[in-house]
Design a protein around this ligand. Structure first.
Ligand SMILES: [Zn+2]
Length: 87
């Protein structure tokens, strides 16, 4: 696994791993809107950094495709990240 070395606004890897683990534990259940709202900012940041969100948070990704509200929230966050990006 390659690690991006820019450390602007990076989430610690162990936080992401905990997140993945907590999502994996609820694999038999559908991801709820509350679950997605809890991680949507981290999801948007991961997506923004070009990480493989499909692999990192498959349930969130899946929920995003099904739930218009959560998808809008995510797109709004991504929009903010893009506007704040100095490059
Ligand atoms: Zn939702």
């Amino acid at each position: 696994m390659t690690q991006p070395q820019n450390d602007t606004n990076q989430l610690p890897d162990d936080l992401i791993e905990n997140l993945i683990r907590s999502l994996e534990h609820t694999e038999e259940e559908e991801c709820t809107c509350d679950d997605v709202y809890a991680v949507v900012d981290q999801y948007a940041e991961a997506e923004f950094r070009g990480e493989d969100v499909q692999r990192l948070m498959p349930l969130v990704k899946q929920h995003m495709e099904l739930c218009h509200n959560c998808c809008e929230e995510y797109e709004a966050l991504l929009d903010i990240l893009e506007k704040n990006d100095p490059t």
